[in-house]
Design a protein around this ligand. Structure first.
Ligand code: PLP
Length: 386
């Protein structure tokens, strides 16, 4: 009999929804036309891309003309930020947070090395943005604010609508990396001042290799990939039709599931978190309790290593994630935990459980049944505990 796998790493990637796969299959077989072709093969495919664009727009609360398809969330982030920098002749200023995903953080570092100015706003111990720091940031038309909507490690949500207003009041533009927020938080972009928003297909039950960038009507950025006329001349390259169709379907499904994400999934997450905090000695939640995605919990366990937890969970067919990044053999706590000021003894054991609409009560039961034993076993091995 096939062993049951418990997948609680949905902020890393998600399973492709069966409905998404079904919607994509014709475009991997008989519907192989190039959407730019004049004949019927092209026409049929073009129509499906239009439908997908509408489905994405419906989830975000914007018009389809404001959606550009890309290859992933990272490309959308780059398109927004580099596209902004390229529209300006001289030096631009990019303001972001200290807890951004590497897709934004490393990009900013690269832009800095090319002579652009970059600034980071810090977070408090709960992972909430230190809004007061923004008062001291110079802003003008050469400034782009880029703040994630929700953090991938803690799920903590930033006040992006307020940040967009602050940017506009001072003549700047506003981009948000909403890769983790889309499909989990209701959005109505037409009612906000957000200029640019990035999303990724594989975080919302579409396949890997597809994403989108929302560009508010009237916002000017330079194309990132130059060549053909595809995507209103904003992103050259023959469209990844099957994946775009999949992303559209995933957005349609996300819209229908968004309420249960905030009720059923949240209830499961809360039960998991409360159980871990109650039964595992030395357990602490990382991140604000309420201003958070409904599917994410991040918990640290004093004096033990996150990697040990993950390996022992994996032995029990349970997939979760650690905040640490293992770089060339050295285990550094994640930049998010460090920015929050989580002590080293806790930051090293930061463990993220991220749920989805496919998570069940018995998945949560299984984690709660095994975690106290894993924590006490690893703690006995810890050199820090006598
Ligand atoms: N931004 C955030 C907040 C993410 O969590 C991720 C992926 O984990 C990305 C960007 C990058 O998305 P992609 O893997 O589609 O490039």
């Amino acid at each position: 009999m096939e062993e049951k796998l418990i997948y609680l790493d949905n902020n890393a990637t998600t399973a492709v929804a069966p409905e998404v796969l079904e919607a994509m299959l014709p475009f991997l077989s008989r519907q192989y036309g190039n959407p730019s072709s004049m004949h019927r093969f092209g026409g049929m495919v073009r129509h499906s891309i239009d439908t997908a664009r509408q489905q994405v727009a419906d989830l975000l609360g914007c018009t389809p003309q404001e959606i550009i398809f890309t290859s992933c969330g990272s490309e959308s982030d780059s398109m927004a930020i580099v596209g902004f920098s390229k529209t300006h002749k001289g030096r631009t200023r990019i303001v972001s947070s200290s807890v951004e995903h590497p897709a934004v953080r490393n990009l900013c570092a690269s832009l800095k090395s090319e002579g652009h100015e970059t600034m980071e706003i810090g977070v408090d111990p709960k992972g909430l943005l230190r809004m007061e720091m923004l008062d001291h940031v110079p802003m003008d038309q050469d400034t782009l604010l880029s703040f994630m909507w929700a953090n991938n490690e803690t799920g903590v949500i930033f006040p992006v609508e307020e940040l967009a207003k602050t940017a506009h009041a001072k003549g700047a533009l506003f981009h948000t990396d909403a890769v983790q927020a889309v499909g989990k938080i209701p959005m109505n972009l037409a009612k906000t001042e957000i200029d640019l928003l990035s999303l990724s297909g594989h975080k919302i039950h579409a396949p890997k290799g597809v994403g989108a960038l929302y560009i508010k009507k009237g916002t000017r950025i330079s194309p990132f990939l130059v060549g053909g006329h595809q995507e209103h001349g904003m992103r050259a390259g023959t469209e990844n039709v099957a994946s775009i169709v999949g992303l559209g379907k995933a957005c349609e499904l996300a819209k229908t599931h968004i309420e249960s994400e905030n009720t059923t999934v949240k209830k499961l997450r809360d039960r998991l978190e409360a159980g871990l905090l109650a039964t595992c000695e030395g357990a602490h939640r990382n991140g604000d309790a309420s201003l958070r995605l409904p599917n994410t919990t991040n918990v640290s366990f004093e004096f033990i290593e996150g990697e040990g937890i993950l390996l022992l969970l994996d032995e029990k067919n349970i997939a979760a994630s650690s905040g640490s990044a293992c770089t060339s053999g050295s285990l550094e706590p994640s930049h998010v935990m460090m920015a929050m000021g989580v002590p080293y003894t806790l930051a090293h054991s930061s463990t993220r459980f991220s749920l989805s609409r496919y998570t069940t009560d018995s998945d949560v039961d299984a984690v709660l049944a095994i975690m106290p034993a894993i924590v006490s076993r690893l703690r006995k091995l810890s050199p820090y505990v006598k």
